[in-house]
Design a protein around this ligand. Structure first.
Ligand code: M6R
Length: 609
């Protein structure tokens, strides 16, 4: 979603700002802009609809010369993607520039008030009220003016403000939308995502909600919005978290699909105790007694993270014997969920910044639950606010379509179920079986990846089709949902995931020769029933693509289009199966010439509700 970069130093601001914006591109956006305080003492602004490279072209024709500036990528919420709606927004006199992430919920009232005072707005955005409000409260103290303006605002914000009258000064603040400072030698930076800082600095400070930072090239002083000084630690981002480019791959999605043996290896590294048939998850910070007291698990997430949670539900009930349920994070707090003292709530979020999942986390904490997050991004808001959980260590996931984070989430859930199970009645022997299979996952996934050319051929064969059903049972039912999500995300075709038995209860009316069904037939138990469901699809002339276990001839009666995956237990089946579906979605989108890493309308991290 929207991205913020700010730079103040002694060399040109333009290049770190553009570099930061490029690193934020993966999050999804539709316009970009930047303001720099020029050597002439005037704020200069450039904006472009579309990609950052357009802004870069403008900047190469009319360079913004100056050592202090702010920049933004906008994902439209209020007002269409257009130059006038792109950030930075300026006050009426063009002396204050603001970039903003989040939503100002009371912007209509504020705008009406400001218009009544004579302001003429230039954009349709909620964000434009900010520079105008700041101007209203500004006489000579910029910090006070920002504080006063933000006190008037209801909603969420991550902001960075640049004043024409105060060279070298950036003021940043956050409430519900991340802001991070990058600490350098002779310069400092501000960003909404650590990625935007990493080309220049690995030393970062995460602002908390309600923090305001006064940033100059030499200093970053943090206080609360109520003007109380606070100390926030500098964290050093480990080298392996800084990511690298696409390497030999054409797209990040493909790179991340192929990284899965390694990323899953990283999730399990140091966490398995084979001789005890157990897992060690020190980030949970819960004693054996506290673990034993957990009597119910509630998982909350969105999108792919919701789907991994649905697989987790099976793990917790089967392996640990603990009742588990999965909630759409967006509904969690509005449903007023019942949280008992021994409920463990697990928010799952790759980014750790998804607004709905964060709201669910806070609701659960406020209700007194034990909350342990599963997150990939170290230092993300959800991870920090929970203070306990499991980091995936999948490395940066850049493609909007989640692949390696999904499989690492599933792996982490399996590890957690194992840990909880061994705290209860799961035998050492069954625990050892899980450990052995967890350790084999990288090899099992690699065997699926080796099918890439075959999957690509299948994707080509079906690339003219516009409607797909994905069906599965048991552990593979959530994988059917995830396979359909992946396909529609990156290739823009209609795809629906269904429980195989549910097809008969309505959607079967849509089947026909132009509606292929992808049947996940490597499920044990339930395979016989799934074969019956495939038969039903064939009887309606739907072409069937089957995912089946290596060497299993049973699906051959229904189709010749088969993707083979290694034989596994039902616990590992979701992992090998989803990798086949990720490859299918990627190849299918490629055949249709789609923008794979940044699909239209989508954002990597959805920071608005
Ligand atoms: O960062 P999160 O895991 O919280 O993100 C949740 C969803 O927005 C995300 O999984 C989304 O569905 C992906 N684009 C799926 O590929």
């Amino acid at each position: 979603m929207c991205g913020i970069v700010g730079y103040t130093g002694c060399s040109s601001a333009q290049s770190p700002l553009l570099e930061g914006l490029k690193r934020l591109e993966y999050r999804g956006y539709d316009s970009a802009g930047m303001s720099v305080l020029g050597k002439d003492g005037i704020l200069h602004t450039l904006k472009a609809v579309g990609k950052v490279r357009k802004l870069e072209e403008l900047a190469s024709q009319t360079p913004l010369e100056g050592a202090c500036g702010i920049a933004h990528t906008r994902w439209a919420t209020h007002g269409a993607p257009s130059e006038k709606n792109a950030h930075p927004h300026l006050d009426g006199a063009s002396r204050i520039a603001v970039v903003h992430n989040g939503i100002i919920e009371n912007y209509r009232d504020l705008r009406a008030e400001l218009e009544a005072e004579g302001e003429t707005f230039r954009s349709d955005t909620d964000s434009e009220v900010l520079p105008r409000l700041i101007a209203k409260y500004y006489s000579d103290d910029p910090v006070r003016a920002v504080e006063e303006a933000l006190q008037r605002v209801r909603g969420t914000f991550g902001v960075c403000v640049l004043f024409q009258d105060h060279p070298g000064l950036l003021i940043a603040a956050r409430s519900g939308s991340p802001v991070i400072l990058g600490i350098g030698k002779g310069f400092n930076m501000v960003a909404s995502d650590v990625c935007a800082l990493l080309a220049n600095s690995r030393d970062v400070i995460y602002l908390n909600d309600g923090d305001l930072a006064v940033v100059t090239p030499e200093d970053a002083e943090i206080r609360t919005l109520a003007n109380v000084p606070v100390n926030r630690e500098i964290s050093r981002i480990p080298k392996e978290e800084t990511g690298s480019g696409k390497g030999k791959y054409e797209h990040f999605m493909l790179k991340e699909i192929f990284e899965q043996p390694e990323s899953i290896g990283n999730t399990i590294r140091g966490r398995i105790i084979p001789e005890d048939g157990n897992a060690k998850l020190s980030g949970l910070n819960l004693s054996p007694r506290e673990l034993a007291e957990i009597s119910r698990i509630v998982i909350a997430g969105c999108g792919s993270s919701l789907h991994s949670g649905l697989i987790g539900e099976y793990y917790f009930e089967e392996i640990a014997g603990i009742p588990a349920e999965v909630e759409q994070a967006a509904e969690f707090r509005y449903r007023n969920p019942i949280i008992e003292p021994n409920t463990l709530v697990i928010p799952i979020s790759q980014s750790g910044e998804t607004a709905d999942t964060l709201a669910a986390t806070r609701e659960a904490m406020q209700k007194g639950a034990t909350v342990a997050a599963i997150s990939n991004v170290v230092g993300s808001t959800i991870a920090r606010e929970c203070g306990r959980g499991i980091y995936l260590h999948a490395g940066p996931e850049i493609s909007v379509a989640s692949t390696k984070a999904f499989t690492c989430q599933v792996t982490a859930l399996w590890l957690l179920a194992l840990r909880l199970g061994r705290n209860r009645r799961l035998s050492n022997e069954l625990g050892r079986q899980s450990c052995a299979e967890l350790q084999r996952l990288p090899e099992l996934i690699q065997r699926v990846l080796n099918q890439y050319d075959h999957v690509a051929a299948l994707a080509k064969k079906f690339s003219g089709m516009n409607d797909f059903f994905f069906i599965g049972r048991g552990f593979l039912y959530p994988v059917a949902l995830e396979g359909a999500l992946k396909l529609k995300e990156v290739s823009y075709v209609h795809a629906e995931g269904y429980h195989a038995a549910e097809l008969k209860h309505g959607p079967i009316s849509l089947l026909g020769e132009n509606v292929p069904v992808i049947a996940l037939a490597n499920c044990i138990p339930g395979q016989e029933k799934l074969l019956g469901n495939m038969q039903e699809c064939r009887a309606r002339k739907s072409p069937v693509i089957a995912v089946a276990t290596e060497g299993d001839p049973s699906v051959e009666a229904f189709t010749e289009d088969i993707i083979r995956v290694p034989e596994t237990s039902r616990y590992a089946a979701p992992l090998v199966t989803v990798v086949a579906l990720q490859m299918f979605a990627y190849c299918f989108a490629g055949e249709r010439g789609c923008e794979i890493d940044q699909p239209r309308n989508l954002a990597k991290s959805v920071t608005v509700e």
